[in-house]
Design a protein around this ligand. Structure first.
Ligand code: FES
Length: 105
């Protein structure tokens, strides 16, 4: 995980409740946010198989399922679980300041 980026304000924390995938675009990067046990995670919002937005997919437990060919990725780590995608999603650092979610891009 790179730490050379800078933090950009993404959304208010209240917009990332548990059980929801939130798609954002930060400095041209599509990113999806999720919340597990009060901790917010950010991974790339584009499937590593083809160019398809994972924010259009759906959630199963801690995974996002790509709506196009059903590869699943861990929303916390980016790990890929099943083909056709073979590469993990990029993961981004997240910090909470006040009531806002910041992502390191
Ligand atoms: S585009 Fe996501 S699995 Fe094919």
């Amino acid at each position: 995980m790179s730490s050379t980026g800078h933090y950009v304000r993404a959304v208010p924390l209240s917009e990332v409740p548990p059980g929801k995938i939130v798609g954002v675009e930060l400095e041209g990067k599509k990113i999806i946010l999720s919340n597990f046990d009060g901790k917010v995670f950010a991974v790339s919002g584009i499937c590593t198989h083809e160019y398809y937005e994972l924010a259009l997919g759906f959630m199963i437990e801690e995974r996002v399922v790509c709506a196009l060919h059903l590869s699943q990725f861990d929303l916390r780590t980016g790990e890929v679980f099943n083909p056709p995608a073979a590469e993990p999603l990029q993961r981004f650092n997240v910090k909470i300041e006040g009531d806002s979610v910041f992502v390191e891009v």
